[in-house]
Design a protein around this ligand. Structure first.
Ligand code: C5P
Length: 304
């Protein structure tokens, strides 16, 4: 028996970052948007937990127990008191350490795949709790669509959205560490004299104009409302990202922002044809390693 699960990447159409909490996390107003660019995780009977990976970035994917897919398999087995026996394979299309929650996606996919392979029938609510233990972005990869994430991003409220939006993602050479980008955000706040703790920074909230643009299926309004508090810190650590953003805008993107903690850059296009043209220009611009046209929203991790 082989179980195959497709799982989407995410872009944050709003990433409002609050102050640093005592537990080392930041309170967020995080509007997640699931895109069709995704990974495929297969699960087959095996002995212990083994993991393989293919795809252009496979060499930079850790195959040990630090991989969220392996951790997910062990966590689900421990929750049910069963022995974790599974051969997991990741067909990787999501950029690694790219700000698109690729590792989190594989963790969510492995939960769903092992649940089916082992015939556990775990309630969705329980899968969500296990996902939150694995990481802040893992629950959203189960839910998909568009959702507002509060807390550290794990408390999710699905949002109404109309139609399909067309996106282009420009993949950088090399990744950025998420904790390092959050630290740079705190450092820039200290430098600006505003303070960086949760006592100094107001708790962010979802932008009503952004929510209306999603509900109306209006790409121009969504483009105008895109914000990411981690963009300035990501550019501070990787100044070349400003060139990538400029190249996509010059190629006709109606909106441009760093995806999550970067370094992938996300561009909103007015339609599928424009997205294909923007991807081609970005590849020719020499400001990124590769560019992919895609669309969303799409569902979360599902057996295919
Ligand atoms: O939850 P996850 O393991 O994906 O988070 C990775 C790191 O990103 C955390 O250890 C923390 O440094 C940072 N983070 C944060 N605030 C969040 C989510 C993540 O500071 N809301």
């Amino acid at each position: 028996m082989t179980v195959t699960v497709r799982v989407p990447a995410k872009v944050n159409v709003q990433l409002g970052v609050g102050g640093l909490r005592a537990d080392g996390f930041h309170d967020l107003a995080n509007v997640f948007f699931a895109v069709a660019l995704g990974d495929e995780v297969t699960a087959e009977p095996g002995e212990g937990v083994t993991l393989t990976c293919t795809g252009p970035d496979a060499a930079s994917v850790p195959l040990d127990d630090s991989n969220l897919a392996a951790r997910a398999a062990r966590l689900l087995a421990a929750h049910h008191g069963v022995t974790p026996n599974v051969r997991l394979h990741i067909a990787k299309a999501i950029p690694v350490a790219g700000g698109m929650a690729g590792g989190s996606a594989d963790g969510a996919a492995a939960l769903v795949a092992c649940d089916a392979l082992w015939g556990l029938d775990t309630p969705f609510e329980t899968l969500l709790e296990l996902a939150a233990e694995l990481g802040s972005d893992v629950p959203f990869a189960l839910v998909g669509g568009v959702a507002l994430g509060r807390g550290r991003g794990e408390i999710l409220e699905p949002l109404p959205v109309a139609g399909t939006f067309h996106w282009v993602f420009a993949v950088a050479d090399g990744g950025l560490s998420t904790p390092a980008v959050f630290r740079e955000c705190d450092r820039l706040r200290e430098e600006a004299g505003t303070g960086s703790s949760d006592a100094d920074v107001p708790t962010p909230d979802a932008d009503p104009a952004l929510l209306a643009a999603l509900a109306d299926g209006d790409p121009v309004a969504l483009a105008a409302a895109l914000t990411n508090d981690l963009q300035a810190p990501a550019i501070s650590l990787r100044p070349a990202l400003a060139e990538t953003l400029r190249a996509g805008t010059e190629a006709g993107a109606i909106g441009a922002l760093v995806s999550g903690s970067g370094p992938t850059c996300a561009f909103l296009a007015k339609d599928a044809e424009a997205a294909a043209a923007i991807a081609k220009s970005l590849e020719e611009s020499g400001t990124c390693r590769a560019a992919h046209a895609t669309y969303g929203p799409v569902p979360g991790a599902r057996v295919s």
